[in-house]
Write a protein of this length. Structure first.
Length: 259
């Protein structure tokens, strides 16, 4: 499985002027075909990452905050692809795409479906949308025996999500090969955004519990993504130091992870 981090930034980056060093809005592309989220830097960052829109077959939307869901960018993607693209999201997001050419599927918690060659499960995220009744999703993504938990935006793990993952484990699913984790708060421990985003100590506690539940093992990769510029160290060496201490990989725009 090829995972390309098209953008890795949280909502406090400047996507109007793109000063040097700006991370794009958090967008991830898997095997060139499955796109997760489509924020304001979508088309710019696809080009910067040499990602071909014509290969994209399906889009998953975690939630409709503007840094993850931009209808104008999605319509540009549809045009650049030159073919209908599936999209899976909450209906509140889908209704903002009246002219979408491909299949639109409204998600609910626990949905299992196949898209672009992947088996996908939609799980509930602990993340509040502008419409408080609109659901936010994490995704279990599986292909050819490789399993990834895409776990952003969101803070901690809800009991409903734990039950879904426990059910999969009970039916013989192996531990995840990788967790792609919301780490917006980074080393800003105790920040007020803990209810919607993780800091690295929160991730340590969560994955200890996930290990006890047999969701992960010593081979599981832990990728820290959705990086807020105001909550992480500005200096690259300081960022790398804190990532090493918390036993993870810091996602960078354009980086490719092969599983």
């Amino acid at each position: 499985m090829k995972i390309q981090f098209i953008g890795t930034g949280a909502a406090d980056w400047n996507w109007r002027e793109y000063p040097a060093g700006t991370r794009g809005s958090t967008i991830t592309l898997i095997d060139d075909a499955l796109l997760i989220d489509a924020g304001p830097s979508l088309m710019r960052n696809l080009e910067m990452c040499n990602a071909d829109p014509q290969k994209i077959a399906s889009v998953l939307i975690t939630h409709s905050h503007s840094d993850h869901f931009n209808p104008e960018q999605l319509m540009q993607l549809q045009e650049a692809a030159g073919h209908p693209i599936e999209i899976h999201a909450a209906w509140e997001a889908l209704e903002r795409l009246p002219n979408w050419q491909g299949t639109k599927t409204a998600l609910t918690f626990g949905d299992e479906f196949r898209s672009a060659g992947f088996d996908v499960t939609a799980t509930p995220a602990n993340h509040l949308n502008n419409n408080r009744w609109e659901p936010a999703f994490h995704f279990v993504i599986k292909k050819d025996g490789t399993r990834v938990l895409y776990h952003l935006d969101g803070g901690w793990m809800l009991s409903f999500e734990r039950d879904i993952l426990s059910g999969q484990a009970a039916f013989g699913e192996n531990e995840f090969d990788a967790l792609i984790l919301d780490a917006a708060s980074g080393a800003s421990y105790g920040d007020w955004r803990f209810a919607d985003h993780n800091d690295l100590k929160m991730i340590d506690d969560m994955r200890s519990a996930m290990g006890a539940l047999k969701f992960i093992d010593g081979k599981t990769l832990h990728v820290f993504d959705h990086i807020a510029w105001s909550l992480w160290p500005e200096n690259a060496d300081a960022r790398n130091d804190v990532v090493t201490r918390h036993r993870g990989i810091l996602a960078e725009d354009g980086e490719i992870l092969s599983l």
